[in-house]
Design a protein around this ligand. Structure first.
Ligand code: C5P
Length: 294
């Protein structure tokens, strides 16, 4: 039996813009994404001689063919013409589920990375194309680090790493939203908030932490905040503790704040814990983080 281990970091959207609906039903997006130090850990056992299984420390997540890890492994084995003769995937989750942090997509990407490290059948580009068949965020999760994503999220351009001394506080309130439903709402109502993506890219290139904070924007946030007042409450608490910016990530429900001071991030986290069930501290990861593991 072969045992493979892999790390799956969460992502945050520094910006998220919806440019329009495409003929294939998906939406044309423009997003600045980062990987953060809140991560899931995966263990793959190949050649178990038993039926495939996914085991997770969160019993509410699907443990069969509906799990994105399973789908990713199936897509890889089918495309490569491989039968691992039994596969067991253990997922230790830390990334909040239903949070807009691409937790499931990052787990799927980790499965593809681990299998490709072992079998070595695909180039990075081919692996990202395979990832797109599993989910729109999977190519980014394979790419990792700071990136500008366009198209469904698969057209990726590398951006410079964030300044090291940025601290993130992540708060996951007790609600989740349906992503397809929010896209439908945007189709009907249009957008009320749009990021200035160029300003964000320029702020990152200049390593200007205040400008990065000021340029955080998410086209979905007004819709989600209108339905769930806790979103603005979490943002106000973060800003009150000196965050240089605070936003929803993806379609939520995680709200994150960006702090230049670790002390302020910590004091914000302590207050947030009183109004929010899950609060985490994190930092941004550098682009080479997956290569470092080898
Ligand atoms: O690709 P994925 O399965 O992650 O997407 C989930 C849903 O989000 C899609 O079914 C679609 O409704 C919506 N979506 C979209 N445009 C994108 C990405 C996702 O409309 N670029």
């Amino acid at each position: 039996m072969t045992v493979l281990q892999e790390t799956a970091p969460g992502k945050l959207n520094l910006t998220l813009d919806v440019l329009g609906k495409r003929p294939d039903g998906y939406h044309e997006l423009e997003m600045v994404m980062i990987s953060v130090s809140l991560y899931d850990s995966l263990t793959l056992e190949l050649g178990t001689g038993e039926p495939w299984a996914v085991v997770c420390n969160r019993p509410d997540l699907p443990d069969g063919p509906d799990n994105l890890c399973w789908k990713a492994a199936k897509a890889y084995c089918d495309a490569a013409g491989i039968d691992p003769e039994g596969l067991r995937i253990r997922v230790d989750k830390r990334i909040p589920a239903q949070g807009g942090m691409a937790g499931g997509s990052s787990d799927a990407a980790a499965v593809l990375r681990a299998l490709n490290r072992h079998y070595g059948r695909f180039s990075d580009e081919a692996l990202r194309a395979l990832g797109l068949t599993v989910g729109s965020d999977v190519p980014y999760c394979l790419f990792g680090g700071v990136a500008l994503a366009r198209g469904r999220g698969e057209q990726l351009t590398r951006l410079p790493d964030l300044p090291g001394e940025l601290n993130f506080v992540l708060a996951k309130p007790d609600f989740s939203v349906s992503t397809p439903e929010l896209f439908r709402e945007i189709d009907e109502k249009g957008l009320t908030a749009r990021p200035d993506t160029e300003a964000m890219v320029s702020a990152i290139e200049r390593k200007d932490r205040n400008a990065i904070g000021a340029s955080l924007q998410n086209a979905f946030e007004p819709l989600v905040a209108a339905r769930y007042p806790i979103v603005d409450k979490l943002r106000r608490t973060m800003l009150g503790h000196g965050a240089v910016g605070a936003r929803l990530t993806g379609t939520g429900s995680v709200v994150f704040g960006l702090f230049c001071s670790k002390f302020r991030a910590f004091s914000a986290a302590l207050e947030l814990e009183e109004i929010c069930p899950q609060v985490h501290l994190a930092t941004a990861l550098p682009a080479g983080v997956f290569k470092l593991k080898r």
